[in-house]
Write a protein that binds this ligand. Structure first.
Ligand SMILES: CC(C)(COP(=O)(O)OP(=O)(O)OC[C@H]1O[C@@H](n2cnc3c(N)ncnc32)[C@H](O)[C@@H]1OP(=O)(O)O)[C@@H](O)C(=O)NCCC(=O)NCCS
Length: 381
Protein backbone atom coordinates (compact mmCIF):
# COMPACT_ATOMS: atom_id res chain seq x y z
CA UNK A 1 0.00 0.00 0.00
CA UNK A 2 1.26 3.49 -0.88
CA UNK A 3 1.18 6.13 1.84
CA UNK A 4 0.30 9.83 1.47
CA UNK A 5 3.97 10.77 0.99
CA UNK A 6 4.11 8.48 -2.05
CA UNK A 7 6.20 5.83 -0.29
CA UNK A 8 5.10 2.23 0.28
CA UNK A 9 3.82 1.04 3.67
CA UNK A 10 6.69 -0.32 5.78
CA UNK A 11 9.43 1.46 3.82
CA UNK A 12 12.14 3.00 6.03
CA UNK A 13 15.18 4.66 4.52
CA UNK A 14 18.35 2.98 5.80
CA UNK A 15 16.19 0.07 7.10
CA UNK A 16 15.70 2.05 10.32
CA UNK A 17 13.67 0.06 12.91
CA UNK A 18 13.21 -2.84 10.46
CA UNK A 19 13.70 -6.28 12.04
CA UNK A 20 15.68 -8.33 9.52
CA UNK A 21 16.10 -11.68 11.35
CA UNK A 22 15.76 -13.49 14.67
CA UNK A 23 18.96 -13.74 16.70
CA UNK A 24 20.06 -15.09 20.08
CA UNK A 25 23.38 -13.22 20.19
CA UNK A 26 22.83 -9.62 21.27
CA UNK A 27 20.09 -7.48 22.78
CA UNK A 28 20.21 -3.69 22.63
CA UNK A 29 17.67 -1.56 24.47
CA UNK A 30 18.18 1.79 22.78
CA UNK A 31 15.65 3.62 24.95
CA UNK A 32 17.14 2.53 28.27
CA UNK A 33 20.75 2.39 27.08
CA UNK A 34 21.30 -1.30 27.82
CA UNK A 35 23.34 -3.93 26.02
CA UNK A 36 23.55 -7.69 26.55
CA UNK A 37 25.68 -10.39 24.89
CA UNK A 38 23.92 -13.78 25.04
CA UNK A 39 21.83 -12.44 27.94
CA UNK A 40 24.76 -11.09 30.02
CA UNK A 41 24.98 -7.39 30.87
CA UNK A 42 27.82 -5.62 29.05
CA UNK A 43 28.93 -3.99 32.31
CA UNK A 44 29.54 -7.43 33.91
CA UNK A 45 31.40 -8.75 30.89
CA UNK A 46 33.56 -5.62 30.54
CA UNK A 47 34.50 -5.70 34.21
CA UNK A 48 35.13 -9.43 34.60
CA UNK A 49 35.93 -11.09 31.27
CA UNK A 50 38.87 -11.23 28.92
CA UNK A 51 38.28 -10.80 25.21
CA UNK A 52 38.81 -14.55 24.68
CA UNK A 53 36.19 -15.38 27.34
CA UNK A 54 33.73 -13.02 25.65
CA UNK A 55 34.52 -14.46 22.22
CA UNK A 56 33.85 -17.98 23.53
CA UNK A 57 30.49 -16.75 24.87
CA UNK A 58 29.58 -15.21 21.52
CA UNK A 59 30.68 -18.24 19.48
CA UNK A 60 29.38 -21.06 21.69
CA UNK A 61 26.47 -19.33 23.44
CA UNK A 62 27.74 -20.03 26.98
CA UNK A 63 30.47 -18.72 29.25
CA UNK A 64 33.38 -21.18 29.31
CA UNK A 65 34.43 -23.02 32.46
CA UNK A 66 38.13 -22.86 33.39
CA UNK A 67 39.05 -25.96 31.35
CA UNK A 68 37.14 -24.80 28.27
CA UNK A 69 38.70 -21.34 28.45
CA UNK A 70 42.25 -22.75 28.84
CA UNK A 71 41.67 -24.96 25.82
CA UNK A 72 40.23 -22.05 23.80
CA UNK A 73 43.13 -19.74 24.77
CA UNK A 74 45.64 -22.42 23.72
CA UNK A 75 43.86 -22.96 20.43
CA UNK A 76 43.84 -19.24 19.63
CA UNK A 77 47.44 -18.62 20.63
CA UNK A 78 48.57 -21.55 18.41
CA UNK A 79 46.91 -19.90 15.40
CA UNK A 80 48.38 -16.38 15.68
CA UNK A 81 51.17 -16.75 13.13
CA UNK A 82 50.64 -15.68 9.54
CA UNK A 83 51.77 -17.74 6.54
CA UNK A 84 54.88 -16.20 4.94
CA UNK A 85 53.08 -15.38 1.71
CA UNK A 86 50.60 -13.22 3.61
CA UNK A 87 53.45 -11.32 5.30
CA UNK A 88 54.97 -10.78 1.84
CA UNK A 89 51.65 -9.45 0.54
CA UNK A 90 51.47 -7.07 3.52
CA UNK A 91 54.98 -5.84 2.78
CA UNK A 92 53.83 -5.00 -0.75
CA UNK A 93 50.47 -3.39 0.00
CA UNK A 94 51.08 -1.56 3.31
CA UNK A 95 53.08 1.34 1.80
CA UNK A 96 50.21 2.00 -0.64
CA UNK A 97 47.15 1.46 1.56
CA UNK A 98 45.53 2.28 4.90
CA UNK A 99 45.75 -0.46 7.60
CA UNK A 100 42.04 -1.28 7.09
CA UNK A 101 42.64 -1.85 3.38
CA UNK A 102 45.71 -3.97 4.13
CA UNK A 103 43.73 -6.00 6.70
CA UNK A 104 40.98 -6.59 4.11
CA UNK A 105 43.58 -7.74 1.57
CA UNK A 106 45.32 -10.06 4.06
CA UNK A 107 42.05 -11.75 5.09
CA UNK A 108 41.12 -12.24 1.47
CA UNK A 109 44.59 -13.68 0.77
CA UNK A 110 44.31 -16.14 3.68
CA UNK A 111 41.44 -17.96 1.93
CA UNK A 112 42.84 -21.18 0.58
CA UNK A 113 46.23 -20.81 2.26
CA UNK A 114 45.36 -20.92 5.93
CA UNK A 115 47.30 -23.95 7.21
CA UNK A 116 45.59 -23.71 10.60
CA UNK A 117 42.33 -24.96 9.16
CA UNK A 118 43.56 -27.25 6.38
CA UNK A 119 42.91 -30.52 8.29
CA UNK A 120 39.55 -29.46 9.66
CA UNK A 121 36.78 -31.71 8.36
CA UNK A 122 33.82 -30.62 10.50
CA UNK A 123 32.90 -27.31 12.16
CA UNK A 124 34.72 -25.65 9.30
CA UNK A 125 33.13 -22.22 9.72
CA UNK A 126 33.87 -21.91 13.42
CA UNK A 127 37.46 -23.06 12.80
CA UNK A 128 37.96 -20.25 10.27
CA UNK A 129 36.36 -17.78 12.68
CA UNK A 130 38.81 -18.82 15.44
CA UNK A 131 41.76 -18.67 13.08
CA UNK A 132 40.80 -15.12 12.08
CA UNK A 133 40.15 -14.03 15.68
CA UNK A 134 43.71 -15.24 16.41
CA UNK A 135 45.29 -13.71 13.30
CA UNK A 136 43.65 -10.27 13.10
CA UNK A 137 45.88 -8.75 15.84
CA UNK A 138 49.00 -10.09 14.12
CA UNK A 139 47.93 -8.66 10.76
CA UNK A 140 47.16 -5.24 12.26
CA UNK A 141 50.38 -5.09 14.29
CA UNK A 142 52.43 -6.14 11.26
CA UNK A 143 50.74 -3.45 9.13
CA UNK A 144 51.84 -0.84 11.64
CA UNK A 145 55.41 -2.09 11.99
CA UNK A 146 55.89 -2.53 8.24
CA UNK A 147 54.61 1.00 7.65
CA UNK A 148 57.01 2.40 10.28
CA UNK A 149 59.85 0.23 8.91
CA UNK A 150 60.22 -1.47 12.29
CA UNK A 151 61.24 -5.09 12.79
CA UNK A 152 58.20 -7.39 13.11
CA UNK A 153 57.46 -8.61 16.64
CA UNK A 154 56.33 -12.25 16.50
CA UNK A 155 53.29 -13.24 18.61
CA UNK A 156 54.11 -14.23 22.19
CA UNK A 157 52.03 -17.34 23.04
CA UNK A 158 52.41 -16.68 26.77
CA UNK A 159 50.40 -13.44 26.53
CA UNK A 160 46.62 -13.18 26.21
CA UNK A 161 45.20 -11.80 22.97
CA UNK A 162 44.87 -8.16 24.14
CA UNK A 163 48.30 -8.02 25.82
CA UNK A 164 49.93 -9.75 22.86
CA UNK A 165 48.44 -7.19 20.48
CA UNK A 166 49.90 -4.29 22.49
CA UNK A 167 53.20 -6.17 22.66
CA UNK A 168 53.34 -6.76 18.88
CA UNK A 169 52.51 -3.11 18.10
CA UNK A 170 54.76 -1.43 20.66
CA UNK A 171 57.51 -4.04 21.04
CA UNK A 172 57.13 -3.94 24.83
CA UNK A 173 54.97 -6.06 27.13
CA UNK A 174 52.10 -3.99 28.58
CA UNK A 175 51.47 -3.72 32.33
CA UNK A 176 48.30 -5.11 33.95
CA UNK A 177 46.42 -1.79 33.79
CA UNK A 178 47.11 -1.43 30.07
CA UNK A 179 46.19 -5.06 29.41
CA UNK A 180 42.89 -4.71 31.30
CA UNK A 181 42.04 -1.52 29.37
CA UNK A 182 42.72 -3.21 26.03
CA UNK A 183 40.74 -6.31 27.01
CA UNK A 184 37.85 -4.16 28.20
CA UNK A 185 37.85 -2.08 25.05
CA UNK A 186 37.81 -5.22 22.90
CA UNK A 187 34.98 -6.76 24.93
CA UNK A 188 32.96 -3.57 24.41
CA UNK A 189 33.56 -3.62 20.64
CA UNK A 190 33.09 -7.38 20.15
CA UNK A 191 29.42 -7.38 19.21
CA UNK A 192 26.52 -5.04 18.53
CA UNK A 193 23.55 -6.72 16.90
CA UNK A 194 22.59 -5.86 13.32
CA UNK A 195 24.99 -2.96 12.79
CA UNK A 196 25.91 -2.29 9.15
CA UNK A 197 29.02 -4.53 9.01
CA UNK A 198 27.36 -7.47 10.79
CA UNK A 199 24.32 -7.24 8.53
CA UNK A 200 26.68 -7.23 5.53
CA UNK A 201 28.49 -10.30 6.91
CA UNK A 202 25.16 -12.10 7.27
CA UNK A 203 24.10 -11.06 3.77
CA UNK A 204 27.32 -12.54 2.35
CA UNK A 205 26.84 -15.77 4.32
CA UNK A 206 23.21 -15.97 3.19
CA UNK A 207 24.37 -16.68 -0.37
CA UNK A 208 26.32 -19.63 1.14
CA UNK A 209 29.54 -17.86 0.31
CA UNK A 210 32.57 -18.62 2.50
CA UNK A 211 33.78 -17.19 5.83
CA UNK A 212 36.77 -15.33 4.36
CA UNK A 213 34.48 -13.53 1.92
CA UNK A 214 32.07 -12.71 4.73
CA UNK A 215 34.81 -11.29 6.96
CA UNK A 216 36.28 -9.32 4.08
CA UNK A 217 32.82 -7.83 3.55
CA UNK A 218 32.66 -6.94 7.24
CA UNK A 219 35.98 -5.09 7.14
CA UNK A 220 34.97 -3.15 4.04
CA UNK A 221 31.73 -1.99 5.64
CA UNK A 222 33.25 -1.24 9.05
CA UNK A 223 35.83 1.03 7.42
CA UNK A 224 33.38 3.87 6.67
CA UNK A 225 33.44 7.00 8.85
CA UNK A 226 29.77 6.55 9.80
CA UNK A 227 30.68 3.16 11.34
CA UNK A 228 34.11 1.99 12.58
CA UNK A 229 36.00 4.81 10.93
CA UNK A 230 34.54 7.28 13.44
CA UNK A 231 37.24 6.81 16.13
CA UNK A 232 39.94 8.15 13.80
CA UNK A 233 37.71 11.09 12.93
CA UNK A 234 37.20 11.79 16.66
CA UNK A 235 40.95 12.29 17.15
CA UNK A 236 41.13 14.56 14.09
CA UNK A 237 38.25 16.55 15.62
CA UNK A 238 39.98 16.83 19.04
CA UNK A 239 43.19 17.98 17.33
CA UNK A 240 41.30 20.56 15.27
CA UNK A 241 39.63 21.97 18.40
CA UNK A 242 42.87 22.11 20.38
CA UNK A 243 41.67 23.42 23.76
CA UNK A 244 38.46 22.98 25.82
CA UNK A 245 37.76 26.73 25.53
CA UNK A 246 37.43 26.41 21.75
CA UNK A 247 35.02 23.43 21.86
CA UNK A 248 31.77 25.38 22.02
CA UNK A 249 32.59 27.57 19.01
CA UNK A 250 33.67 24.50 16.98
CA UNK A 251 30.49 22.55 17.78
CA UNK A 252 28.22 25.52 17.04
CA UNK A 253 29.94 26.19 13.72
CA UNK A 254 29.79 22.51 12.74
CA UNK A 255 26.07 22.33 13.49
CA UNK A 256 25.38 25.65 11.75
CA UNK A 257 27.08 24.23 8.64
CA UNK A 258 24.99 21.03 8.93
CA UNK A 259 28.16 19.06 9.71
CA UNK A 260 28.41 16.11 12.08
CA UNK A 261 30.29 15.83 15.34
CA UNK A 262 32.12 12.52 15.10
CA UNK A 263 31.66 9.96 17.87
CA UNK A 264 28.24 11.42 18.63
CA UNK A 265 24.82 9.97 17.84
CA UNK A 266 23.61 6.46 17.19
CA UNK A 267 20.91 4.81 15.12
CA UNK A 268 19.66 2.68 18.02
CA UNK A 269 20.60 4.44 21.29
CA UNK A 270 18.41 7.38 22.17
CA UNK A 271 20.24 7.90 25.44
CA UNK A 272 23.75 7.09 26.72
CA UNK A 273 25.41 4.19 24.90
CA UNK A 274 26.42 1.98 27.88
CA UNK A 275 29.79 1.28 26.22
CA UNK A 276 30.54 5.00 26.01
CA UNK A 277 29.75 5.37 29.73
CA UNK A 278 32.33 2.69 30.60
CA UNK A 279 34.91 4.10 28.17
CA UNK A 280 34.41 7.61 29.51
CA UNK A 281 35.60 6.40 32.94
CA UNK A 282 38.57 4.63 31.30
CA UNK A 283 39.46 7.74 29.30
CA UNK A 284 39.40 9.84 32.47
CA UNK A 285 41.54 7.33 34.37
CA UNK A 286 44.16 7.13 31.61
CA UNK A 287 44.23 10.87 30.99
CA UNK A 288 44.92 11.34 34.72
CA UNK A 289 47.68 8.72 34.60
CA UNK A 290 49.15 10.49 31.55
CA UNK A 291 48.83 13.85 33.35
CA UNK A 292 47.16 15.48 30.33
CA UNK A 293 43.41 16.08 30.51
CA UNK A 294 43.17 18.29 27.40
CA UNK A 295 41.43 15.84 25.07
CA UNK A 296 39.24 14.47 27.84
CA UNK A 297 38.12 17.98 28.78
CA UNK A 298 37.41 18.89 25.15
CA UNK A 299 35.41 15.67 24.78
CA UNK A 300 33.40 16.42 27.90
CA UNK A 301 32.57 19.93 26.59
CA UNK A 302 31.40 18.47 23.26
CA UNK A 303 29.36 15.80 25.08
CA UNK A 304 27.53 18.37 27.23
CA UNK A 305 26.74 20.72 24.32
CA UNK A 306 25.54 17.91 22.03
CA UNK A 307 23.28 16.43 24.72
CA UNK A 308 21.74 19.76 25.68
CA UNK A 309 21.44 21.26 22.17
CA UNK A 310 20.66 18.19 20.04
CA UNK A 311 19.73 15.41 22.47
CA UNK A 312 22.54 13.33 20.91
CA UNK A 313 24.88 11.26 23.10
CA UNK A 314 28.45 9.98 22.73
CA UNK A 315 28.77 6.57 21.08
CA UNK A 316 31.40 3.85 21.57
CA UNK A 317 33.98 5.62 19.38
CA UNK A 318 33.97 8.92 21.25
CA UNK A 319 35.98 8.00 24.34
CA UNK A 320 37.66 4.86 22.96
CA UNK A 321 39.69 7.15 20.70
CA UNK A 322 41.16 8.83 23.80
CA UNK A 323 41.84 5.48 25.51
CA UNK A 324 43.76 4.22 22.43
CA UNK A 325 45.81 7.37 22.31
CA UNK A 326 46.65 7.09 26.03
CA UNK A 327 47.64 3.46 25.48
CA UNK A 328 50.19 4.75 22.97
CA UNK A 329 48.36 3.27 19.99
CA UNK A 330 48.63 5.24 16.76
CA UNK A 331 45.47 6.88 15.45
CA UNK A 332 45.59 4.97 12.14
CA UNK A 333 45.01 1.73 14.07
CA UNK A 334 41.73 2.88 15.64
CA UNK A 335 39.49 1.33 12.97
CA UNK A 336 41.54 -1.91 12.65
CA UNK A 337 41.32 -2.33 16.45
CA UNK A 338 37.54 -2.14 16.12
CA UNK A 339 37.78 -4.88 13.47
CA UNK A 340 39.98 -7.16 15.55
CA UNK A 341 37.35 -7.07 18.30
CA UNK A 342 34.24 -7.19 16.07
CA UNK A 343 35.50 -10.32 14.28
CA UNK A 344 34.06 -12.32 17.22
CA UNK A 345 30.60 -10.86 16.74
CA UNK A 346 30.82 -11.30 12.96
CA UNK A 347 31.77 -14.95 13.44
CA UNK A 348 28.90 -15.58 15.87
CA UNK A 349 26.45 -14.03 13.40
CA UNK A 350 27.90 -15.93 10.44
CA UNK A 351 27.46 -19.21 12.34
CA UNK A 352 23.88 -18.32 13.26
CA UNK A 353 23.13 -17.44 9.63
CA UNK A 354 24.68 -20.68 8.23
CA UNK A 355 22.74 -22.62 10.83
CA UNK A 356 19.32 -21.38 9.75
CA UNK A 357 19.88 -19.77 6.40
CA UNK A 358 17.56 -18.02 4.04
CA UNK A 359 18.93 -15.82 1.26
CA UNK A 360 18.78 -12.15 2.32
CA UNK A 361 17.21 -10.39 -0.60
CA UNK A 362 15.11 -7.29 0.11
CA UNK A 363 13.20 -5.22 -2.45
CA UNK A 364 13.75 -1.70 -3.67
CA UNK A 365 11.09 0.95 -4.37
CA UNK A 366 11.75 1.88 -7.97
CA UNK A 367 11.43 5.63 -8.61
CA UNK A 368 13.06 5.90 -12.06
CA UNK A 369 11.40 6.40 -15.46
CA UNK A 370 9.45 3.67 -17.27
CA UNK A 371 8.73 2.61 -20.87
CA UNK A 372 11.39 4.84 -22.45
CA UNK A 373 11.74 4.63 -26.20
CA UNK A 374 14.88 2.62 -27.08
CA UNK A 375 17.30 4.60 -29.29
CA UNK A 376 19.98 2.65 -31.27
CA UNK A 377 23.55 3.66 -30.27
CA UNK A 378 24.36 5.58 -33.46
CA UNK A 379 21.26 7.73 -33.08
CA UNK A 380 21.84 8.72 -29.45
CA UNK A 381 22.79 12.35 -28.74
C1 LIG B 1 25.76 7.16 13.86
C2 LIG B 1 24.90 7.91 12.86
C3 LIG B 1 25.34 7.54 11.43
C4 LIG B 1 23.44 7.49 13.05
O1 LIG B 1 22.77 8.16 12.09
P1 LIG B 1 21.23 8.04 11.69
O2 LIG B 1 20.46 7.22 12.63
O3 LIG B 1 21.20 7.65 10.26
O4 LIG B 1 20.79 9.51 11.89
P2 LIG B 1 20.98 10.67 10.85
O5 LIG B 1 22.37 10.75 10.34
O6 LIG B 1 19.86 10.55 9.85
O7 LIG B 1 20.72 11.91 11.80
C5 LIG B 1 19.44 12.30 12.32
C6 LIG B 1 19.53 13.75 12.70
O8 LIG B 1 20.48 13.91 13.75
C7 LIG B 1 21.59 14.70 13.31
N1 LIG B 1 22.82 14.05 13.75
C8 LIG B 1 23.03 12.73 13.93
N2 LIG B 1 24.28 12.52 14.34
C9 LIG B 1 24.86 13.72 14.42
C10 LIG B 1 26.14 14.14 14.78
N3 LIG B 1 27.07 13.27 15.12
N4 LIG B 1 26.43 15.47 14.75
C11 LIG B 1 25.48 16.36 14.40
N5 LIG B 1 24.24 16.01 14.04
C12 LIG B 1 23.93 14.71 14.04
C13 LIG B 1 21.52 14.69 11.79
O9 LIG B 1 22.13 15.80 11.22
C14 LIG B 1 20.03 14.64 11.57
O10 LIG B 1 19.51 15.93 11.79
P3 LIG B 1 18.30 16.50 10.92
O11 LIG B 1 17.15 15.55 11.19
O12 LIG B 1 18.10 17.86 11.45
O13 LIG B 1 18.75 16.42 9.51
C15 LIG B 1 25.02 9.44 13.07
O14 LIG B 1 24.64 9.78 14.39
C16 LIG B 1 26.41 9.94 12.76
O15 LIG B 1 26.74 10.18 11.59
N6 LIG B 1 27.30 10.10 13.81
C17 LIG B 1 28.66 10.52 13.59
C18 LIG B 1 29.50 9.34 13.10
C19 LIG B 1 29.78 8.35 14.20
O16 LIG B 1 30.15 8.72 15.30
N7 LIG B 1 29.62 7.06 13.87
C20 LIG B 1 29.91 5.98 14.78
C21 LIG B 1 28.67 5.21 15.11
S1 LIG B 1 28.96 3.98 16.33
Amino acid sequence: MVKENGLPEGFKKGLEDIIAAESKICKIDGQKGRLYYRGYKIEDLAENCTFEETSYLLLYGKLPNRKELDQFNKELSRMRNLPNYVVEILEKVVPKTTPMEALRTAVSALAGGDDDIKDIKTDYHIAIGKSLIAKFPTIVAYCYRIEKKLELVRPNPKLGLAANFLYMVKGKEPNDVETKAMDMDMVLHAEHGFNASTFAVRTTVSTLSDMYSAMTTGIGVLKGPLHGGAAEAVIAQLKAIGTPQKAEKYVKETLANHGKMMGIGHRVYKTWDPRAKILKKEAKKFSEIEGDMTWYNIAERIEKIMISEKGLYPNVDFFSAIVYSDLGLPIELDSPIFALARISGWTAHALEQYDDNRLIRPLEWYTGPMDLKFVPIDKRK
